[in-house]
Design a protein around this ligand. Structure first.
Ligand code: ADP
Ligand code: MG
Ligand code: MG
Length: 281
């Protein structure tokens, strides 16, 4: 069954109308792992942020006063931020589980089972990392009609996942990503994913900035949340990640379009020959 279907998706930067996505077609079915590759600036991150649109764990309304962390956590909602939508869909369709994703608010997308880890995760000053995870988890439980969990009930579960990622449990006491190193931020994204789960997880260069050992912990955690019904799309420039999380499909993006789709062999070919070898006119 298709989980996500993008058809002829066109998206522009709101501010100046510049077209970034120029007709993207992509189908992700249950149980599939997709890798998205392509030169810098080809539109990969925009596709994830946009079409898949601003999938945020929760939304922080950046127009709200920021006197303290509680003010930042807007409605009863769930989780983080991505800022305001910078982009506008000007053509095409995106369905997630058969529903029009473009009409959904970021938090609706999140609660519907989409998860995105950002290429550059932001700091959320004043919002405690542990509270953040707990709120996001309880928002999902509420949506399923399950009772909220108390902080002490959840701690052992989260601590186990922190340990599995070889992180220091002390990061739970700090504000989300505040003062975290690049590698800690990336692992913190995967901590969110492993606590919350996802039907479709989108990982934007999760491997950049991670040392070899950290990458193994991350890959293990990601493989651990995959089920026969869940799917993954990862943006990467590196073979090492694809050795650890094996893609069923590899897509190459160029100038706002997916210009080639293949299997793992395509990634190997790019590694040896570069993107210029498949460049289209
Ligand atoms: P990739 O992730 O493939 O490296 P991006 O999706 O981040 O590429 O960006 C694609 C192109 O769109 C780049 O040229 C980038 O500068 C441009 N772009 C993305 N977002 C914006 C924005 N908000 N304003 C202006 N240009 C943008
Ligand atoms: Mg880039
Ligand atoms: Mg990018």
């Amino acid at each position: 069954r298709p989980l996500l279907e993008a058809r002829d998706l066109v998206a522009c930067v709101k501010e100046n109308g510049q077209e970034i996505l120029s007709g993207v077609n992509l189908t992700i079915r249950e149980g599939e792992i997709h890798a998205l590759m392509g030169q810098n600036g080809s539109g990969k991150s925009t596709l994830m942020k946009m079409e898949l649109y601003f999938v945020s764990l929760y939304t922080v309304n950046l127009d709200q006063p920021r006197s303290n962390g509680v003010d930042l956590l807007f409605p009863p909602i769930n989780v983080v931020l991505a800022g305001h939508p910078e982009y506008e869909v000007t053509g095409g369709t995106v369905l997630f589980k058969g529903e029009n994703l473009i009409d959904m608010e970021p938090e609706e997308r999140s609660l519907a089972g989409l998860f995105m880890s950002f290429q550059a995760p932001v700091e959320i000053p004043g919002v405690n990392n542990y509270d953040f995870l707990l709120m996001a988890l309880n928002a999902r439980r509420e949506k399923k009609g399950l009772p909220a969990l108390e902080p002490l009930q959840v701690y052992p579960i989260i601590e186990e996942k922190v340990n599995a990622l070889n992180m220091n449990a002390e990061i739970l006491n700090r504000a989300v990503n505040e003062g975290f190193s690049g590698g800690e931020r990336k692992r913190n994204e995967i901590l969110q994913l492993s606590v919350l789960g996802a039907d479709l997880a989108l990982l934007d260069e999760i491997d950049s900035g991670l040392d070899v050992d950290a990458l193994e912990y991350v890959a293990k955690a990601v493989n651990g949340i995959l089920t026969p019904n869940s799917s993954l799309m990862m943006i990467t420039h590196y073979q090492r990640l694809l050795d650890l999380i094996k893609p069923s499909y590899v897509h190459i993006m160029e100038k706002g379009k997916i210009v080639k789709t293949g299997d793992r062999a395509l990634a190997n070919y790019i590694d040896e020959s570069g993107y210029k070898a498949i460049a289209t006119a």
